[in-house]
Write a protein of this length. Structure first.
Length: 105
């Protein structure tokens, strides 16, 4: 896993000794990595930009867990930073493709 639980918690500004959401955050990290692979067809090669995209997705999903929001607006829409990074990853030659038949595509 390119982004560790500790790195994600630091990005979320959560104290390391608060462990109630650790399993959730680990699941969000795995889900974000898989989401990026499926959206882009590329896998992580320890790229800081790829890791940033994972952290941004984890933060977005962690902060927007409710199924109902009393305020108007679409909180489930991806932040522009995420969509821009997804586009970059999908177009850049730097990232290796996900191998067909693997866990990715």
């Amino acid at each position: 896993m390119a982004v560790s639980l500790e790195a994600a918690k630091q990005y979320l500004k959560l104290d390391a000794d608060i462990v109630e959401d650790d399993e959730l955050i680990e699941g969000l990290i795995e889900g974000a990595n898989e989401y990026i692979e499926q959206c882009t067809g590329k896998r992580n090669d320890d790229s800081p930009l790829y890791d940033l995209c994972i952290k941004l997705l984890v933060a977005h999903w962690y902060e927007n867990r409710a199924t109902f929001y009393p305020k108007p607006g679409n909180l489930s829409e991806m932040p522009h930073a995420v969509t821009a990074l997804l586009k970059h990853i999908s177009l850049a030659r730097h990232y290796p493709p996900v191998q067909e038949g693997s866990d990715g595509l």
